[in-house]
Every structure is written in C-alpha cells, then in structure tokens.
Write a protein that binds this ligand. Structure first.
Ligand SMILES: [Zn+2]
Length: 284
C-alpha cells in the first residue's frame, strides 16, 4: 500500500509531507494506457494533488487541473482529505524524449495554466490559478503555493518509468515554511534542494516517506499524520446521470437518438454504465 506522511521538523517551523505512490500511479497508467512521457506527467500531477490533499480538513476535496498547449492537452487529478485519488488525461499516447533519453514532461505539457479548485464543504469552494512556469509540475506547484496561498514552499515530484513502460517509482515531497521561520533556514533548505538527488532515486533505493523527508531537509522530523494512498473513483450511476444532466437538453436529446441504450464510460476509471433512453429522457 502506498503511504503519505506529514510531519514537522523537530527544531524549525517547517512542515514536511512526503508520499510514495508508485502503486497508485501505476494503476492510473494502466487505466489510461499512458505512454512513458504521459505517464510521468500524469503521475506528477497525481502526486501533486495528493500532496495538496494532505493539507485539507475532513470532508474536503481538491482538484488539480493542468491545461497546456503541448500535445497532452489536459490532465486532471482529484484527491480527497483521505488522500484517495483519481485522474484523467486527455491524450495518453504521448511520448517525448530529450536528447539524453530523459522524458520531456515540460514539452509534453507546454505553456498554459495550473488550476487548483478546493471543495471546502458547506458549498464553499476555493479557486487558485497560476500560469505554468516550466510544465515540470514540481516548480509549478511551488509557484502556486507562493502566489495563491502565500506560502513559501518547495515541491518535488517524480516518476520513473521502467523499460517495460510500467511505473517503477513515483512519489514526492513538499516543504512549507511556516510563520516564524528564520531567513537562514530558508536559505539552507534552498541550497540543500539544489544538490539533492531526485526523489525517484530515493524510492528506487527503497526509502520510505520518513527517510525521504529527512533526506530532503537534512533535519530530524516528527511524524504527525499518516495516510494510506490509493486510486479510488467514487463514481456510480447516479453521478453519471448527474454529469449527463449537466450537458444540457440538446446533448441529451442527441444521446437519446442513438438507440434504446447507450454505454457511458467513467473518465476516471473506465467503468461502464448502461443508460437507457427512458433514463436519458427523464433528465429533461
Ligand atoms: Zn469512475
């Protein structure tokens, strides 16, 4: 089972969260049949959504949407306060490499925007939106935290795709500087992160979230919270009908004209729902 840990540095006001979500991202890859560069981009967005979800309160949800002008088009990941996550990628069959064989996530995503929408419960929601900085996701999320949540943060997310195209390592960490942090501590963390190895090599070596946190900040961490992370889609027939109802009358009549029954597939988990003409027309 994948695991997320949240903790505080023992002697500094630094919040640290780390997650190893290899199984979850591999499941997302299999559901959506992503090619390696798309798998890396998708996995980083999924990990980002999980990291943000770790800051939510009971009952809340977050959706991270990356819309770029690169060939992938759009990636969405939704996670709830329990760090259960699901995702959607518009064009999964994208594979772009750099000259050194590295996966070119930045080019696959391109220029565009990062949206973060939080469902805070009681019909309250929060929407933050920032232009993509590099399309590499980690930097983009750090920029989002700084601009939209006024929280200086460092975010690192990574996915390692195996030779057989499966996801062999995925995970990430984030560090939030809380009020009262000394300038020299921020400088120390910034310097440290410049020379740190990629989070995927820590995971490939077998490090868990606690060791990743401590390697990231170079300080002992006290663990405050622990969450099991997994791919979870809460779709059901009722929600599918709600989604169709939102399409509007013309679309619904159009669908109803296609036969006595139509197959509707969930975008997030590929589960199929059979919707009858009668059910469609009852939405009008
Ligand atoms: Zn579903």
């Amino acid at each position: 089972m994948d695991l997320l840990l949240k903790g505080m540095a023992k002697e500094e006001p630094l919040l640290v969260v780390a997650v190893v979500d290899t199984e979850t991202v591999e499941k997302a890859r299999a559901f959506h049949d992503t090619y390696p560069t798309a798998s890396a981009a998708f996995g980083r967005v999924i990990t980002g959504a999980i990291l943000i979800a770790s800051t939510l309160k009971e009952g809340q949800r977050v959706m991270v949407q990356v819309m770029g002008d690169g060939p992938i088009g759009e990636i969405v990941a939704e996670a709830d306060w329990l760090c259960r996550v699901r995702g959607y990628i518009k064009r999964p069959h994208i594979h772009l490499e750099l000259e050194d064989g590295k996966l070119d996530v930045g080019r696959a995503i391109g220029k565009g925007i990062l949206n973060v929408i939080k469902d805070l419960g009681l019909r309250e929601s929060y929407h933050g939106s920032v232009p993509l900085q590099t399309g590499e996701i980690g930097d983009d999320l750090a920029y989002y935290f700084f601009v939209s949540e006024q929280t200086p943060a460092a975010v690192s997310v990574g996915v390692y795709v195996d030779i057989d195209n499966s996801v062999k390592a995925s995970g990430g960490f984030m560090i939030h500087a809380l009020p009262g942090v000394k300038d020299e501590t921020i400088k120390y963390i910034e310097e440290r992160l410049k020379s740190i190895r990629p989070v995927t090599s820590m995971i490939l070596e077998g490090l868990g979230p606690k060791e990743i946190m401590e390697e990231a900040i170079g300080l002992p961490v006290e663990i405050l919270e622990k969450k099991d992370v997994y791919y979870y889609c809460p779709c059901n027939k009722e929600r599918v009908l709600d989604a169709i109802a939102a399409l509007g009358e013309r679309e619904i009549r159009d669908l109803a004209s296609k036969g006595e029954k139509i197959d509707v597939q969930c975008w997030f988990c590929n589960r199929k729902y059979l919707v009858s003409k009668r059910e469609l027309l009852s939405l009008l």
